[in-house]
Design a protein around this ligand. Structure first.
Ligand code: SF4
Ligand code: SF4
Length: 118
């Protein structure tokens, strides 16, 4: 299994890390070199710019998450990095919870699964 985050759409909500039963995700500082330590293709690596539509949707939402905060305080903030994608068991919990609709999972047959947050 391969898992990556389309970084420009990640709000930093930390839902993925909180729900994943096999610790696929880590939250990293947005300015850290580690922000791109997963298999996201070049067009979805973090380059310091959030997708405008995602920013507009979440910037003022007060739900206890520190959306787009540079750092992680243990509850939210920073950016999600799928550091352990090979451990994924395709439970799909993260796909349901991802605010930014930015998690992509590919199984060993090449089938692709994407975030379905509503
Ligand atoms: S689908 Fe995979 S990455 Fe997502 S929560 Fe489940 S095990 Fe973790
Ligand atoms: S659930 Fe989605 S938007 Fe939230 S931190 Fe994880 S990848 Fe980013």
């Amino acid at each position: 299994m391969d898992v990556y985050v389309e970084k420009e759409k990640c709000t930093g909500c930390q839902h993925c890390k909180d729900v994943c039963p096999v610790a696929v995700f880590e939250m990293h500082h947005r300015d850290s070199q580690d922000a791109n330590k997963d298999t996201a293709p070049p067009e979805h690596q973090w380059k310091g710019q959030t997708d405008p539509a995602v920013a507009q949707k979440w910037k003022d939402v007060q739900d206890g998450h520190r959306h787009f905060a540079p750092d992680n305080d243990g509850t939210s903030g920073g950016i999600s990095v799928a550091v352990n994608g090979s451990a994924c068991i395709l439970c799909q919990a993260c796909l349901i919870e991802c605010e930014g609709e930015c998690i992509v999972i590919k199984d060993d047959s090449g089938n692709e699964y994407r975030s379905i947050y509503k």
